[in-house]
Write a protein that binds this ligand. Sequence first.
Ligand code: FAD
Length: 438
Amino acid sequence: KPLGTQSSILIIGAGTWGASTALHLARRGYQNITVLDPYPSPSPISAGNDVNKILELSSSAPRGSAERYVSDKLAHDAIRGWKEDPVFQGLYHETGAVTAATSEEGRKALNEGDGYSEADGWMQLKTKEDFQATMPKGILTGDFPGWQGWAKKDGCGWVQARKALERVIDEAKRLGANFVTGERGHVLSLIYEDDDVKGAVTAQGPSHRADRTILCAGANAARIFDMKDQLRPGAWTLSHIKMTPEETTLYKNLPVLFNVERGFFMEPDEDQHELKICDEHPGYCNWETNPGNPNSVSTPFAYHQIPLEAEQRVRLFLQETMPHLAQRPFSFARICWCADTPDRAFLISRHPDYPSLVLGVGGSGHGFSYIPAIGGVIADCLEGHMDAKMIHRFRWRPETAVNRNWQDVQDRFGPDGSNHVMDFQKVAQWTSIEYSAS
Ligand code: FAD
């Protein structure tokens, strides 16, 4: 059936990309949009359900290359959305960014390619004093051992993630998209008929038949559809510490500080007075059998604690940057799942064998800041007029995942001892943060 605004469109997953897709389609006049998710919106397991995210969209791909074109175009559209779309008003904080590395290997990786340069507005940071000067006095009191990096004042910063996700969902609903949550939105499998996909089967209630199905289930997508090893579900670790109201005021309008081997933080959340800190590493998988076994699969699970070794990495990062906060207890922590493609480019494509199935997956650790624009790319894909260079870059590409090396760190780093893909099955000790019932 040809696609039209009356066509029934089923979106699986009301997370970052699914919600953005629902909004873009509703704005394009589609009147029969259903979004399925096992959780009430915003889903607690959505990678986007987080207080803040970095927005730093510069690319190190060679100037003039197709990869650079795609990256720059998407960045341009996303930033325009953050600045001009009323849905995102006030949520982008263009406070700048500091990017650093500690080891020789990390620094080499940082300086490779056409990424950081003075011509592009970056300023080199070589000494502890250089780093300390990027923030008001009293914040960066650490020694920054071995740190070198770059700082930029504009075109980058951070975004209020959960608020953006909530606003996108609210606006999509206001424009008529129907969100089905709970077991009735919990997709178990797709409906296959006549060599095509005709909707989805959920854990409860009647199945959802649709003219077009869009899979945006993030790290869980490969549990619903055979992604031919193109997705590796992996988790990262985030933690919060409480700040005083005075500290929250002092820490306002800070650039994002990101060390590719240590971790990152942005200014504290104004509502809760909490500072989020992520430690950096190549990620955790949850291998249900040994990696390398053809039947093994990294299965996401939700947990509001992090491995003790992650806590130690967070404290190392704080010790090097803000030692006055290094021992403060965590008020919150969780693991957060995303899915990497083998080259960490997104996978946004119609499926070659199932004409009515569109895939919007493979966030690969950098998919949030595009929320204003990514649904437009997925909608273009559905409508068949996606940018030609994006079609190639984001294509269905199982050939890139044949005999995939599941241990590949994929250009990520961690401190000594955690510079490899880790396995939750081998984690013996976790934090034990107590949460009150409220
Ligand atoms: P999600 O937002 O996770 O959405 C998937 C949705 O699918 C969820 O709502 C889930 O409930 C739903 N779902 C799951 N199973 C089913 C099912 N069976 N049926 C129906 N629905 C289902 N990006 C940045 O740009 N900047 C950052 O600073 C940044 N930091 C990050 C830090 C961490 C710790 C992590 C983990 C990721 C970070 N990212 C960042 C990446 C970014 O968050 C993700 O790439 C992006 O949110 C992925 O969006 P998604 O829609 O694919 O997945």
